[in-house]
Design a protein. Structure first.
Length: 296
């Protein structure tokens, strides 16, 4: 069972790693599938900002000037709020030009917004140079850190829950075995054929959690040793060396077992705490590295 718990912890760690990779893949998939939404110039927040800002009354003249300097509109061809595109088309309004020549309008408006430091759309114009993929790459560290923190928190909570459950099992198993042992030993003092079934069941129930105790190494080894040395694995004898054990001899036998039970169960209780103590014991019992040439 102890090995099973170790396998569970390793499997949990593997699941965390796989989960992180899956989450990363989902984020990449999301970024790729979301690309059209970022790249659509005709239905984006940037496009809306351009239309509102550059076609506003305060900026229409500046828009025309910028477009003329960029060679997108013919110089001196503006009259009555109309313009003539350089590429193609006759005289039209600025609104019609923005609709008819979206690329030219966007270029001129972006230049105007970037040149005007007080422009509410200057930041939007600058972000267009990065594009959706660069924005996604820049956000990956934060997304990855958040995902790892979430997965790490879930893993830590699961490990803590398993430790709390094991502690409860050890406590309840200790109490049940102590009660069953006391009842059996008291009954054994009265009659040598006392029923041993209940104390054996309680002993087996305590051995299960003991075999699940994990490191530090000294703590795990102590738990394994306790599981193998718990008293009352068999009924106490009714005779020894061919002689029947009387009331006084059985009382003496029971008292020795009581002391052994209490001593072992105190050590079981120690397994639930004093983590620093068990780490210290693990370091003390760790074999020292062999010195080259010592055997010679």
């Amino acid at each position: 069972m102890g090995q099973g718990m170790g396998h569970d912890l390793r499997a949990t760690g593997t699941a965390v790693t796989v989960g992180a990779l899956v989450l990363f893949g989902v984020l990449v998939w999301w970024g790729v599938t979301a690309a059209p939404a970022f790249a659509a110039p005709g239905a984006s927040a940037e496009r809306d900002a351009q239309l509102v800002y550059c076609l506003g009354t305060a900026h229409r003249g500046d828009l025309v000037t910028a477009a003329v300097r960029l060679g997108l509109l013919k110089a001196g061809a503006t009259a009555q709020e109309t313009v003539i595109p350089t590429a193609a088309g006759g005289r039209m309004t600025l609104e019609k030009w923005a609709e008819h020549s979206q690329d030219d309008f966007g270029r001129a408006c972006s230049a105007l917004m970037s040149a005007d430091s007080d422009s509410p759309g200057a930041a939007a114009g600058g972000s267009a140079e990065d594009g959706w993929f660069m924005t996604f790459l820049k956000s990956l560290p934060l997304l990855g850190a958040g995902a790892l923190l979430t997965l790490g928190g879930q893993f830590s909570e699961r490990v803590s829950a398993e430790r709390r459950q094991l502690t409860q099992q050890l406590d309840s198993g200790t109490a049940a075995f102590r009660a069953a042992a006391r009842e059996y030993l008291a009954d054994y003092e009265r009659r040598p054929d006392a029923d041993h079934t209940a104390v054996l069941a309680a002993r087996d129930a305590l051995i299960g959690p003991l075999l699940q105790v994990s490191g530090p190494g000294a703590r795990r080894d102590t738990a394994r040793q306790l599981a193998g040395e718990l008293p009352l694995a068999r009924p106490l004898p009714s005779a020894r060396d061919g002689a029947f054990l009387g009331l006084g001899a059985r009382a003496q036998e029971a008292q020795g077992v009581r002391q052994s039970v209490e001593r072992q169960l105190r050590t079981v209780s120690d397994l639930n705490g004093r983590a620093l103590y068990w780490r210290w014991r693990t370091l003390r019992t760790r074999p020292a590295p062999a010195t080259p040439g010592a055997s010679a």
